[in-house]
Each structure stands twice: as C-alpha cells, then as structure tokens.
Ligand binder design. Structure first.
Ligand SMILES: Cc1cc2nc3c(=O)[nH]c(=O)nc-3n(C[C@H](O)[C@H](O)[C@H](O)COP(=O)(O)OP(=O)(O)OC[C@H]3O[C@@H](n4cnc5c(N)ncnc54)[C@H](O)[C@@H]3O)c2cc1C
Length: 491
C-alpha cells in the first residue's frame, strides 16, 4: 500500500485529520471531488474581489482548534487571524454599537494578570471539568434555561439568534450544555482577556488560507491531496475496510479510510447499508441534519459599511419566526434575521482599493421550493440594517443551499449535523464506525467534540486522528476488554 490512510474529502474535517496523521509520521492520501480544498470553508476570486463561499466568522479563531491543527504540521505562522472589534446589533428598530476591545480592556484591568496566567496554565483540567459538568445541562434546551431567568422577548430573540449562528438550529432544540461547552473554553477566554483581542475572528487573506496551509503541511510530509477525484465506493470485506473505488473504476487499497462526507452519506451511498446491522443504519437514518443557509455577497464601490459584524433581528418574536420557517416551511413575510460581516474591513486586500465586500448569511426553510425567495428578503434586510450601502452596490450574488449541494450532503445543511438533544456532547455520533478501519471526520461526527461549525469540523478531524494513533499503541487485550465491557470510544 502506498499510503497509511485514505481520506475522502478535503473539507476541514478531512484536512485536520490528515494534518494530525501526517504530523505523527503517517503518509496520507486525501481525495477531493471538487477542484479546491476547504469544502464549505472556501474562497475564490470574482470581479477583483476575493470572496468566501460560506463561512466567514470563527468562534475562537487563533485561540482554538485552527491553531491546534496548524501546529500539527508546523504551519501556525503561515496563517494570520483578524480579531473582531466593531459590532452592531439591530433589534427591531433599536441599534446598539460597541467595540469589543473596549470591553476586553476593561476586563483586563479588572482581572490580575497572574490570575489569568494561572487560568491559562490550568485550562486543560478546567475544560475537562466543565465538559463533565455541562453534561448535566444536556437534557435542557437553551430556551428552557433562559425561560427560568426571564420572559423578555428581546432577550430571547438575542439568545435564540446567537444560538442559531453558533449551532445551526433553533434554541428550543439545542441543549444548554452545548452553549456552556462552547462559551467556557477557559484557554480561549484567558488568551482573549490577556491579549485584549476578541476570540471571534477571521482568517486574513480569506478563509481558504487555512485549508491551503493544512494541504501544504500534509504534502511537505510526503502525503498527497488529489483534487477532482470522486470516491464512489468504500470497499469492505469481512467487516474490514480494504480500500476505495474512484468514479473512473480505479481501486486504491487501504486498511484505514476516513470519510469527511457525512455519516449518512458514507453509510448509504459509499459503503452500502448491507454492511451494517439494522440498528446502526436506523440510527444513522434518524440523525437530524442542521438547517440549510444562504450567503448573499455584496461588492460595494465605496467603504460605507462601518462594522466588522452586524446582527439584525427585525421580527417581533424569533421563536414564532423559527416555527414558521422550520415547522410550516413558510417564507418570512418581510425581513429575515441576518448576520453580516465585511471581510474587506478585516483584510483590505480582499477588495480592490477603495471598495468593500460584505457577506450576509441566514438560515432558511428546509423546503427547496422556498429557497429562491430569500434573495430579495435578504437584500431588503441588509439595506434596512445598514441603509448606507443602498446606493453603492456594484454587484451581488446569492448562493442558496443548491450551491453547497456539490459537497454531497443530503438536504445541504450549513453545518452538517444539528447540535440538538441527543446529538451533542457525549451523545454526538462517534467517529468510529462499526466497520474495522472506517472512521468519520467533520462537522457531523466526533463524540465530545463541541464548538461552532468550522471549528467543530476541525476539532473532529484532530480527535479522530488522535484516537486512531492512540488505538495503534493500545494492546489488543485492552481493546478486547473495552469492547466486552461496552466502553464507548472517546472519539
Ligand atoms: C452559508 C453558510 C455560512 C456559514 N457560515 C459559517 C460561519 O460564519 N462560521 C463557521 O464556523 N461556519 C460557518 N458555516 C459552516 C461551515 O462552513 C461548515 O460547518 C464546515 O466548513 C464543514 O466542514 P466539513 O469538513 O465537515 O465538511 P465540508 O466542508 O462539506 O467538506 C466535505 C468535503 O468532502 C468532499 N466530498 C464529498 N463527497 C466526496 C466524495 N465522494 N469524494 C471525494 N470528496 C468528497 C466535498 O466536496 C467537501 O470538500 C457556514 C456554512 C454555510 C453553508
């Protein structure tokens, strides 16, 4: 065999797993069906603007799993991060502006530096304790907990919207434990206050710089990232993986295959349900995907959008809005809730000199017949939130969920798997499949992996690879004993 592992898909999950295995001395082959790396975390040129395809804000940016992944292949100095600062919230007719750096400066003065350094040094232990503690809240939704404090509709709207942006689903389905795990990463929090830099941020030179750096790291270590190559089958014999088959019929032998294409899709289309027991295929079928989303990308002839981030929640009740959209498949009557950023404010090289780029994202109903209708609503909403842009739009395009279908996920979810009850924290689907040598990495898999979209995908890839490396060193007797005792895999 030419490679120690074959990875299907060069999204963040696949590349992070590849980087971790390469960093540990393994030779990996990453096969990607499209002509670029990054999956949904991708950037390309259009009319002189460097525009991201989808994702554009990172929850912990330099302080989270992106840096962990880059370090595996010594590429941490190749990617520079921007830390978010100017924020505007529009809640119905009220506008609230603030600078994150001012808040952090205040916190930095309030908390002693030594205390923050101790917090940072003890963060791995603290995070473990928080992760165990947070499981107590995995049976309560975010809405249940907020309702115990207050019935204030604007407050519910804010929490409900932030919860969607983070976890890709409504706050009455997301466990509060997931929010706790995501907001209380002690390492990221202490680095944020010590450095007076918001943990939420963006990758300079476009998000593609991150997957590009991982690809370079893998290739410098003897691995290969092969584009325009679709895997059509994962080959299995006697309950063990033997390799993959490409669309053109070519077979690549491998006894370790990591799929970055989603659990449902891997089981149903790549392996075939006949290779699994009924209970497992039923479990996979029952997994709930995250909500689909769109990106409205605007090129402006002048920098008139003065913020790094804008959140607009124009409707009276976000809960009712979510029910209409997801339970009744209705299109919003006038405006929708949006998040908008200006990538070129965060890195001016992304737009021609004197011009500006803005990206607006929002969830939409699952019924594809409704998808086209959001284009006008999204445009009306961003103009309502930031009217200054109206007379400066050079061009715009609307990337609906159809655009992301190329990555092969059923229903084209923005994040992958809904982080809802029964699918978050310790109840997330495992990266370890029942077939020997077959694993999953990406935003859809990984027990105890938590966080936000691009980061959860990266974290999942790292965890999956670490588990594989750990298992290699575990004596067969211990592995058998764990299986007999029904101890679940940690990845
Ligand atoms: C509109 C929108 C906005 C978003 N905004 C944000 C944001 O602001 N912040 C954030 O953190 N996240 C955001 N996300 C989500 C984030 O982009 C994804 O959760 C993340 O990139 C998923 O990574 P992944 O590795 O799990 O999967 P993917 O990116 O889907 O990667 C899977 C890869 O596998 C390849 N593949 C599939 N099948 C095959 C096959 N048979 N053979 C070979 N290759 C195959 C695909 O082409 C793809 O490259 C957004 C998503 C959308 C759609």
């Amino acid at each position: 065999m030419d490679y120690d592992a074959v990875i299907i898909g060069a999204g963040l999950g696949g590349l992070a797993a590849g980087a971790a295995l390469s960093g540990a001395g393994k030779k990996v082959l990453v096969l990607e069906k499209t002509g670029v790396v990054g999956g949904k975390c991708c950037t390309s040129m259009k009319n002189g603007f460097k525009m991201d395809h989808a994702s554009h804000l990172l929850m912990r940016s330099a302080f989270g799993p992106f840096t962990d992944a880059l370090k595996r292949v010594n590429k941490e100095n190749d990617v520079k991060f921007y830390h978010l600062d100017d924020v505007m919230f529009k809640i119905r007719d009220q506008r609230f502006n603030f600078r994150v750096s001012t808040v952090l400066n205040f916190m930095n003065r309030l908390l002693p530096t030594t205390g923050l350094r101790i917090m940072l040094a003890t963060s791995p232990l603290a995070n473990k304790v928080i992760s165990i503690f947070s499981r107590l809240f995995d049976r309560m939704t975010i809405q249940d907990v907020v309702k115990k404090w207050t019935d204030s509709v604007p407050f519910h709207n804010c929490v409900g919207w932030i919860s969607f942006i983070l976890f890709g689903g409504p706050y009455y389905e997301t466990p509060f434990g997931e929010m706790l795990r995501t907001f209380t990463d002690v390492s990221a929090l202490s680095k944020m206050i010590l450095n007076e830099k918001c943990m939420i941020g963006y990758v300079k030179d476009g998000l593609i710089s991150f997957p590009n750096a991982l690809r370079d790291g893998i290739e410098e270590r003897g691995g290969k990232v092969q584009l325009n190559t679709t895997v059509s089958k994962v080959l299995v014999k006697n309950g063990k993986v033997t390799g993959v088959q490409l669309e053109d019929g070519q077979v690549i032998d491998a006894d370790l295959v990591i799929s970055n294409t989603g659990i449902k899709e891997t089981v149903k289309f790549l392996v075939g349900e006949e290779h699994f027991d009924k209970k497992y295929t039923e479990y996979c079928e029952s997994l709930k995907p995250g909500c689909p989303a769109f990106a409205l990308r605007l090129a402006l002839d002048k920098p008139v959008f003065d913020y790094d981030l804008v959140m607009s929640i124009p409707m009276p009740s976000l809960e009712e809005y979510y029910h209409e959209m997801w339970d009744r498949n209705q299109v919003p009557k006038e405006l929708c809730a949006i998040m908008a950023t200006s990538p070129s404010n965060m890195d001016p090289r992304l737009a021609p000199k004197g011009q500006q780029s803005v990206i607006v994202i929002a969830p939409l109903a699952r019924d594809r017949k409704t998808w086209a209708a959001y284009e006008k609503i999204a445009m009306d909403t961003i103009i309502d939130a930031v009217p200054e842009i109206k007379d400066h739009i050079l061009w715009y395009d609307y990337l609906g969920p159809e655009f992301y279908e190329v990555h092969g996920e059923i229903g084209s979810p923005a994040i992958g798997l809904a982080q809802c009850m029964g699918q978050a924290g310790s109840t997330r689907p495992s990266s370890v499949s029942p077939i020997k040598g077959l694993y999953y990495a990406g935003a859809e898999a990984g027990r105890n992996v938590s966080g936000v979209a691009t980061e959860i995908a990266t974290h999942s890839g790292l965890n999956c690879a670490d588990y594989i490396l750990k298992m290699e060193k575990t004596p067969a007797l211990v592995k058998r004993a764990k299986k007999m005792l029904g101890i679940k895999p940690s990845a």
